[in-house]
Design a protein around this ligand. Structure first.
Ligand code: ZN
Length: 160
């Protein structure tokens, strides 16, 4: 069985940036399961997994345009502190917000200057070259319900 559309694929992975720092890893956690062909994962990684078999191990370098996109400075904005209500604002704190086009985004506080808070709506990995070490752990057919929902159910997947 090979990785192709409508398959649930389980992988172990380690993600490092170009300085060799580990950014994210399934080591010590559960492997990650995703639905292939459903944009569950970044395009550069999904493309690299196409046609792979269980047990395959490989490295792939993903550029920003196939990853989390380029950084867009216009996604940084200064907002008044009172917009956060009573919440304590700290550098690095993340909040859920709606972008101007209505998408759900996560913004990160990058500067606190008195009553002015600067938030950044870029993905933390936007503009980064991503180096993945990947091992394919399991491949199975998706259920009809998973295909309808566009994501994986079960232990490593969506819980609802
Ligand atoms: Zn679901």
């Amino acid at each position: 069985m090979q990785v192709c559309n409508q398959m649930v694929v389980t992988i172990d992975y380690t993600l490092t940036d170009n300085d060799g720092n580990v950014v994210d890893s399934s080591q010590g956690n559960e492997p990650m399961a995703y639905l292939h062909g459903a944009n569950n994962i970044i395009p550069g990684l999904e493309t690299a997994l196409e046609g792979k078999n269980v047990g395959d191990e490989f490295s792939v370098t993903v550029n920003p345009e196939e990853g989390y996109g380029e950084r867009d400075e216009s996604r940084q904005q200064v907002v008044p502190k009172e917009m956060f209500g009573e919440e304590e604002i700290q550098l690095g704190a993340q909040f859920h917000a709606a972008s101007p086009d209505g998408n759900h985004i996560v913004v990160t506080v990058i500067e606190v200057d008195g009553d002015e808070i600067t938030v950044d709506g870029n993905h933390p990995l936007a503009g980064e070259v991503l180096n993945f070490e990947v091992k394919v752990v399991e491949i199975r057919d998706a259920t009809q319900e998973e295909l309808d929902h566009g994501h994986v159910h079960g232990a490593e997947g969506h819980d609802h």
